[in-house]
Design a binder for this molecule. Structure first.
Ligand SMILES: [Mg+2]
Length: 289
């Protein structure tokens, strides 16, 4: 996604950007930037484990972390680029996350369904997304009904609809039958929906609902000329493909599939160490420009 190289228009100059920088960094949150205790994948002996910063509390308990080194890198990166959290989380789930550095001017929630500008959802963007979904994919009701009809209480732990845009199941991975996700995927594909398995969650997301579409809109508004991205799941593939340069961790759905692209670096690190490495690479890239 390379924008024009003409001088910025007056509109672009007044946009909330940190100085004259023109790089935009769009980063997935869960298992790319922040990690639950179960997803840390620390491999070093405890006495050498990195110090962690808790960035999310849920029901009065710590939930998500990054390393303190990653926190410092992120704060630095936000000074050199427009940093955009790009998550499948709902707005409510996103607002629990308190990242180091200044509050992001832009954030992408609900996999692109909500574009937050200074923390508030842009109504024009949301209306545009709704129109695209109506025109291009089967209804949420139909997909949700199919998901539930095929689910078994033996392994189904929870069922949720997110922002009235997409659905997900929380499952017991050990009991989830082999091939169940694949079967749902094959049913959903011709109906314009994507299925993604991330940790304990099976997501069904309408295909036009993408992080990359929302990033393109932020590029249009900011005039950013270099887009960097990172993500770990199938729902991040479009985001990585649309970026100029991208990274993916050594764990997650994309790594399991061996997914890659010429401008995407597959990092060897897994877990919270991958989050730190992604930020280090992004910072080096923005400084080297
Ligand atoms: Mg993720």
């Amino acid at each position: 996604m390379t924008a024009s190289t003409t001088d910025p228009t007056p509109d672009q100059v007044t946009d909330p950007m940190p100085g004259p920088c023109t790089a935009l960094v769009a980063c997935d949150l869960d298992r790319t930037l922040i990690y639950s205790a179960a997803a840390l994948s620390l491999t070093v002996p405890d006495e050498r484990a990195p110090r962690l910063l808790c960035v999310e509390v849920y029901q009065a308990k710590p939930l998500s972390y990054l390393t303190e080194a990653a926190a410092a890198l992120l704060a630095e990166l936000a000074r050199h680029a427009v940093f955009v959290p790009a998550t499948t989380r709902t707005r409510e789930q996103y607002r629990r996350v308190h990242l180091p550095g200044p509050p992001p001017a832009y954030a992408i929630c609900a996999n692109g369904g909500h574009l937050l500008v200074d923390g508030e959802s842009d109504p024009d963007w949301h209306a545009r997304v709704r129109r695209a979904l109506e025109a291009e994919s089967a209804s949420l009701e139909e997909v949700r009904a199919r998901m539930l009809a095929g689910a078994d209480p033996d392994w189904l732990l929870k069922e949720r609809v997110a922002e009235d845009l997409f659905a997900y199941l929380v499952v017991d991975r050990d009991r989830l039958p082999d091939g169940w996700v694949k079967e749902l995927e094959e049913w959903a594909e011709p109906r314009g929906w994507t299925v993604s398995l991330q940790g304990r969650k099976v997501y069904a997301v309408p295909r036009p609902l993408t992080k990359s579409a929302a990033v393109a809109e932020i590029v249009r508004r900011t005039g950013a000329r270099d887009v960097l991205a990172a993500g770990d799941s199938l729902l991040d593939a479009d985001l990585l493909l649309a970026a100029d340069t991208a990274w993916r961790p050594g764990h997650g759905e994309l790594a399991d599939l061996g997914w890659t692209a010429p401008h995407v670096t597959a990092l060897p690190e897994r877990g919270v160490a991958a989050g730190e490495r992604v930020l280090r690479e992004m910072l080096m890239h923005t400084r080297g420009r």
